[in-house]
Design a protein around this ligand. Sequence first.
Ligand SMILES: [Zn+2]
Length: 478
Amino acid sequence: MNNNNQNLTQWCEHQERISVELRKEHWKLQIGLPYSKEKIGLLETQSKKHGETFLQHWKKPEVLYWEAVGSISGEKTYQLELKLEELRRTKITSIIAGKAINWPTWRQFAASATDQQRKKVFDEFVEKSKSIAPVIHEKFDKETRIFSDYGLEPLSMYCKDHHMSLTVLQKTVRTLASAIKKPFLKQWNEYSKELFGRKPAYYDDLYVLRNKIFSGIQPPHKKPLAIIQEIRNKQGFGKNNIREDAADRPKKYPSPFCSFIKIPTDIRVSYKAEGSINDVTSVLHEYGHAIHASSIRQELPYWIRYNLNEGLAESFSTLYEDLMHNHEFLTDYLGLSHTVAHDLIKRIHFIRMFAIAFYCANSLFKIDYWKKNLSPAQCDKNYAGHIKECMNVNMPGEYWKLHHILPEAMMYVPSYLLAMIRAAELGRNLQNKHGAWWTSASAGQDLRKIMQDGSESPIADFHAPNTDLLIEDLQEQW
Ligand SMILES: [Zn+2]
């Protein structure tokens, strides 16, 4: 090993130590436990200095160059991130029937609220999104400037990281949006009638629909964590470097999430139970992430272990989540009746189409954001335009600022689409080869083979996504 390589190894070891500590602090913040702003500040400063050291000595590996620039940008923007977190808790608020609702409790509230209450809160939150807008824009502006100082641009980085061209990305999004539009709108009308006795409305967002639509379906007797534990054992992923936080705390982040604190030895899952079938879906999804990260080989270089592009990162979570529309899994494994399973699958396919339409609109917005350098006012207008185009509903354009990913991540959202495409393909292959692959140790082995190589997994390559299988899969219910 020459000197330069040796130093790079040391640089990586230190980088991992700093980022593990940072993720631990953010984990506490996100699960609603006391955390130290001061410690985050100190770590961000260390991380920035360490990033500068990289930039003084190396240009490659390219992903570390990005990461080093990212830590410089992170140090300049983390306070804005924390401010956004706090403003969403304290300013995005409403009082319904004497009860305080804020952004973190919004989704839980929406699941049980009346139509009128939901509309009121939605409209109020849209109005109050003005209070978070400056922070969101300031953060993106700073990021843009810092990245461009180092010759980087978020949209091209995203494409390069996914091994795909912008043309292919745009084509993939447009193909999906137009393939599902007609059946999606038809079914949305039907389900709106069933659930609300009216036509679709802008305040019936994905997070409301995916709760309401399953409200008549009894969750299985098996508990979500027991279901996934059994799958892990049968597939040979039982080794325990995954832990979960299922407590309900008022300040806890509302969406379930998985944190790769240290790959592969410290992986954590957080979720808030909603008491519905969605709990099973969420647990399958987040554990899909966890199983993936905990299967990555410890011996790999730091950047190959950690630099998982977002399409790759979402592929295995989506694969496990997709079990929820597998008839055999639902009946033989979860013990649901054929009738319930059939109804559930129909509803899930509708929600998948809803998600595709929504993510397509979100993706087109994000692409425009970077490509056209949109001003704050243009953002809202552009967003409303894409929602109208993909979902045929008049959504207030400010809504994107109330979403959990759009105001935080530079891109991210197209990855859900890429992962759905990938998971449809993987699920089909596993089923053909192993039958009930969720109980199969040899399927577990096959999965480990494509999980263990970190960023060098063949799953990370999205140069030519094939949308056919996903569309075919959805078509079963058209
Ligand atoms: Zn995910």
